[in-house]
Design a protein around this ligand. Structure first.
Ligand SMILES: Nc1nc2c(c(=O)[nH]1)N[C@H]1C(S)=C(S)[C@@H](COP(=O)(O)O)O[C@H]1N2
Ligand SMILES: [Mo]
Length: 367
């Protein structure tokens, strides 16, 4: 087998762990030195520009040389183990592009802590661990097909080349979905180093941790995988979540319904009529409606202004004519599975999957 470490370029001498600039005008530093959220008040279009796409990395960005990189496909459910080089991956399969949203399971962890009167360890995410790109690459199913997958295959483990060797399994149904891709580009540019160059998975509608960056190996197995990221991390652990086999609780896969307003937290707005904008996301489902309520007012419909696609957020907006002074805005979304957002999120030890409606504080200035 190839030694994956051999793919790596010499370490940088600048001591940096993240390659792209992360200026405070565009990104929120989540405190770890590795994790940066997209500022909700700096989200311009449907797609998040690379300069502000959120970063969640458990180890420094590895510098990988595409010329020596290989993607290994093996496992006891593979007929013919193969090593694909970069040219074979990029040139050997039908190229597809999908617009998909990535959200970290820990997004809004700080808000969940405030709601539950506690503080959680882990990346201190506000609302910015969510972004959207157009991902270009090849279908994971086509790549697996090339190696030949036995009928008894149960799961595919995606394994990375970073220092934590991040890995997370997918059941075959999800691995073979049309929109599960091995991406080589985002927003029309080759993947930037921080986002997984030369290749990463994009798993539509699932927690970000399934979208393994710096992909080095796909292991297809006739048995299920138990790895740290589906037994102790990215698992809902707590009184409401009994253990499932080796997993300490309920393993997180597809994401819930969430919304965000494109305003700073503690927003200051000019007086007078204006348009309030934001995003809503429903994991593998589509957002069907978005509602807003100002202060103690009734829920009213907001306009959804982009197409509803599974795995892709929508934009929404409404006109608001507030009086000067202090206000709170609440937003809630509904999806085609009949789900919505709740008043409260149940406690889980690692502070994942915040789904509550939040009261967004807004100050409207005197004219
Ligand atoms: N190899 C590797 N893949 C990874 C991670 C990582 O630390 N290492 N982080 C995961 C998590 S938790 C998230 S939320 C997404 C973030 O992707 P992004 O940094 O491109 O936004 O990558 C996932 N893939
Ligand atoms: Mo994440």
């Amino acid at each position: 087998m190839t030694t994956q470490r051999g793919n790596r370029l010499p370490d940088r001498d600048d001591g940096g762990v993240i390659v792209k600039p992360t200026p405070t005008e565009l990104m929120e530093d989540a405190g770890s030195g590795l994790d940066f959220g997209t500022r909700p008040d700096r989200m311009p279009g449907l797609l998040t520009p690379i300069d502000r796409f959120f970063i969640r990395s458990h180890a420094p960005t590895p510098r990988i040389d595409a010329a020596t990189w290989r993607l290994r496909i093996d496992g006891d459910a593979v007929r013919r183990p193969v090593d694909l080089d970069y040219d074979q991956l990029c040139g050997g399969f039908e190229v597809v592009s999908v617009q998909r949203t990535l959200e970290c399971a820990g997004n809004r962890r700080v808000l969940l802590g405030e709601e539950l009167g506690t503080t959680f360890d882990g990346t201190q995410w506000g609302r910015g661990a969510i972004s959207t790109a157009e991902w270009t690459g090849v279908r994971l199913g086509d790549v697996l097909d090339h190696a030949g997958v036995d009928e008894g295959a149960v799961e595919v483990l995606a394994e990375s080349l970073d220092d934590v060797r991040a890995s997370r399994p997918l059941p075959m149904t999800k691995a073979l979905a049309e929109d599960t891709v091995v991406a080589i580009a985002m927003n029309g540019e080759l993947l930037p180093p921080d986002h997984g160059f030369p290749a990463r998975l994009v798993v539509s509608g699932w927690l970000g941790a399934a979208s393994i960056k710096w992909l080095g190996r796909l292991e297809v197995s006739t048995t299920r995988f138990h790895v740290p990221w589906n037994t102790e991390d990215y698992v809902l652990i707590g009184p409401d979540y009994p253990a499932h086999g080796p997993a300490q609780g309920e393993v997180i896969t597809a994401l819930g319904v969430s919304t965000l307003i494109e305003l700073a937290w503690d927003a200051r707005l000019p007086s007078g009529p204006q348009i309030i904008r934001g995003r809503a996301f429903a994991g593998e489902h589509t957002v069907t409606a978005v509602e807003y309520a100002a202060d103690d007012g009734a829920w009213q419909p907001a306009d959804i202004t982009t197409a509803a696609v599974p795995g892709l957020w929508v934009r929404w907006q409404f006109r608001w004519d507030p009086t000067p002074g202090e206000h709170v805005l609440r937003i809630r979304a509904f999806d085609d599975a009949g789900r919505s957002q709740s008043e409260h999120t149940a406690f889980n030890e690692l502070g994942y999957m915040h789904e509550s409606v939040v009261a967004h504080p807004v100050t409207v200035c005197e004219p």
